[in-house]
Design a protein around this ligand. Structure first.
Ligand SMILES: Nc1ncnc2c1ncn2[C@@H]1O[C@H](COP(=O)(O)OP(=O)(O)O)[C@@H](O)[C@H]1O
Ligand SMILES: [Mg+2]
Length: 248
């Protein structure tokens, strides 16, 4: 595996699932085998964003009712997904999450693993971060969200490498870039607020595939590039699904 990254945040609703799912599509489109594990068992949204209705999920794997290969689904551009399951059975214990992810990694052998973590600093988040080499924080450009992000970054930095922050839902009035970077830098990307994000979720076509030339997609390419350690760009002459490629 090239790199594993946990996507975390202070509060919910900052855009972790949106950023994780779309970043994974870009990485997969660039030819990297990419696996997303939805570790947010209370707010399972990866399966919704990808428009899949899974039979077996992470929860079944943890309870021994499914094998790793039965909880692996294929999404756009061949992204591999382990959905957490919308029906909440019970909270997954950290050791169970750890073992479940390890068993899936053995079967899937991805280049990149992205874990869509729950919000906050609960045990599942700490496990997700301990299991991965690096983490990134998704936050919104409000003082409260930045303060949360700073707290999360400070607590988690001792456990894995801090890649940086993704500022999401940027509006017209921005905070001082210097101030933000000082608090939670490096800033990997600044994604504008865009009503089409909700539309893309509602219509079941992931945003980067529906609006490949938008500002939001450009910023998602930056997030994917920061994870992969290469420049990623939009290859315009080819059509979906293979339109995002590595630069070299
Ligand atoms: N850049 C954006 N512009 C507009 N809406 C967004 C943007 N990013 C996320 N959203 C919306 O914000 C909500 C929360 O996003 P989600 O990815 O589910 O957050 P989280 O996983 O952190 O809880 C969703 O309704 C999503 O459509
Ligand atoms: Mg989420």
């Amino acid at each position: 595996m090239r790199r594993s990254v946990a996507v975390v945040s202070g509060k919910g609703g900052t855009g972790k699932s949106f950023v994780t799912c779309n970043t994974a599509i870009v990485l997969a489109g660039a030819g990297f085998k990419t696996l997303i594990v939805d570790a947010d068992t209370t707010m399972a949204s990866v399966e919704i964003i990808y428009g899949i209705t899974p039979q077996k999920t992470l929860q079944d794997l943890v309870s021994g009712e499914a094998k790793p290969e039965e909880v692996l689904y294929s999404g756009p551009n061949g992204v591999l997904i382990v959905p957490s399951g919308a029906r909440l059975k019970r909270r997954i214990r950290p050791s169970e999450l750890d073992a479940a992810i390890a068993s899936v990694l053995e079967v899937a052998a991805p280049d990149f693993l992205l874990i869509d973590a729950p919000a906050g600093l609960d045990a599942e988040v700490l496990t997700a971060v301990m299991m991965t080499e690096a983490h990134l924080v998704v936050c919104n450009p409000e003082i409260t969200s930045l303060a949360d992000a700073y707290k999360v970054k400070s607590v988690l930095s001792g456990r894995s490498r801090y890649l940086g922050a993704v500022l999401n839902k940027i509006g017209r009035i921005e905070l001082s870039k210097f101030r933000v970077a000082n608090l939670i830098g490096p800033i990997l990307a600044a994604i504008p607020e865009d009503a089409r994000v909700r539309d893309s979720i509602n219509c079941g076509t992931p945003y980067v595939l529906k609006y490949p030339e938008s500002m939001v997609t450009k910023q998602i390419l930056r997030v994917a590039g920061a994870i992969a350690g290469v420049d990623l760009y939009l290859k315009k002459e080819t059509r979906w699904p293979g339109f995002l490629r590595r630069s070299k």
